[in-house]
Design a protein around this ligand. Structure first.
Ligand code: NAD
Length: 297
């Protein structure tokens, strides 16, 4: 079998065209969406992500500002920036670029965000909303993964889905969103014994471990839909590589995403989608009549 390659750039282009028309309406109404990206220090993976964010925003007419904090910044300084950006009515969306230096507590920064401006869906209220299926701002990478699975046409209801990786920002939200689609979900991680024993049964296999080439033919059920979330940079090699050994996996899988050109561009498109949703929700909130608290005259 030769897998059908799910082209992330094509899926992203479709999402972006929808976003473009929503941005036009916001611009006409005089309420431009404004995305701010807050970064502490520098890192190779976020450099590429930043570039594509900026390019995409400029292309669609979304205002984009990058705020760069010093590598040595403290939790307190990061929180102060988060607070002031969230209180600024001209900022409609905020991203904290990962990774941040290890000594910082990024969870504290997420908790300090206004959940309605949290376009990456990392505030506990937004993550919690996935559990209870209450809308909110869903994490972009998880939404992108789901979009690509839908592209394959594989039905998630009743399917065996396996997620390799259980980080708070990627693996766990993906697992929860697959569960909301009524898939039977197995989550594997660094302590899982005999990874292939679990992955081999999956109709839908999502790999988000950050381990180049972790998954190969022996891990894949023939005909499965394989989504490679991994973005890894190897010394002496141009561009990123995924967590899946693409050539051999393609010979077994039914559907597969490439790296680059798979989950990455769709994640950026989903970020733009969330940015517009956030701007629209804030505009609607600002236009709504102020309600008196119960019991006040
Ligand atoms: P992380 O380091 O926080 O988590 C890695 C996860 O993989 C952990 O749950 C760990 O237990 C698991 N893991 C590590 N080694 C393993 C092994 N040998 N076997 C099984 N599980 C193993 O990373 P993250 O932030 O969750 O990101 C994962 C990958 O996804 C990275 O490569 C990252 O760059 C990439 N990423 C891609 C996008 C995108 O849009 N395509 C977005 C975010 C992250």
């Amino acid at each position: 079998m030769t897998a059908r390659v799910l082209d992330g750039r094509e899926v992203a282009a479709r999402i972006r065209e929808r976003v473009r028309s929503e941005v036009s309406s916001l611009l006409e109404a005089g309420t431009p969406p404004h995305l701010v990206s807050l970064q502490v220090g520098q890192s190779e993976p976020s450099r590429a992500y930043l570039q594509s964010q900026r390019r995409a925003c400029v292309d669609l007419g979304i205002l984009y500002t990058h705020v760069q904090l010093d590598e040595e910044s403290t939790d307190r300084q990061l929180l102060a920036h988060v607070h002031s950006l969230c209180q600024n009515p001209e900022v409609t969306g905020l991203i904290i670029q990962l990774p941040v230096p290890r000594r910082l507590d990024v969870r504290k920064a997420y908790r300090a965000m206004d959940p309605t401006k949290d376009v990456e869906g990392m505030h506990p209220a937004n993550l919690g909303a996935i559990v209870t299926d209450e809308g909110g701002m869903n994490p972009c990478t998880a939404v992108a993964v789901l979009q690509l699975v839908r592209e394959s046409g594989v039905l998630l209801r009743g399917a065996a889905a396996c997620v390799v990786g259980h980080s708070d920002v990627v693996g766990k939200p993906i697992g929860l969103m697959l569960l909301q689609e009524d898939a039977t979900v197995t989550t594997c991680h660094v302590h899982t014994r005999d990874l292939a024993r679990h992955t081999r049964h999956a109709d839908v296999l999502i790999v988000a471990a950050g381990q180049p080439g972790l998954v190969g033919a022996e891990h894949i059920k023939p005909g499965a839909c394989v989504i490679d979330v991994g973005i890894n940079y190897l010394a002496g090699r141009e561009g990123p590589v995924g967590d899946v050994r693409f050539e051999e996996a393609s010979a077994v899988a039914g559907f597969i995403t490439p790296v680059p050109g798979g989950v990455g561009p769709v994640t950026v498109a989903c970020l733009l989608q969330n940015t517009v949703r956030a701007a629209k929700a804030q505009r609607a909130g600002a236009e709504a009549p102020v309600r008196r608290a119960e019991g006040t005259p």
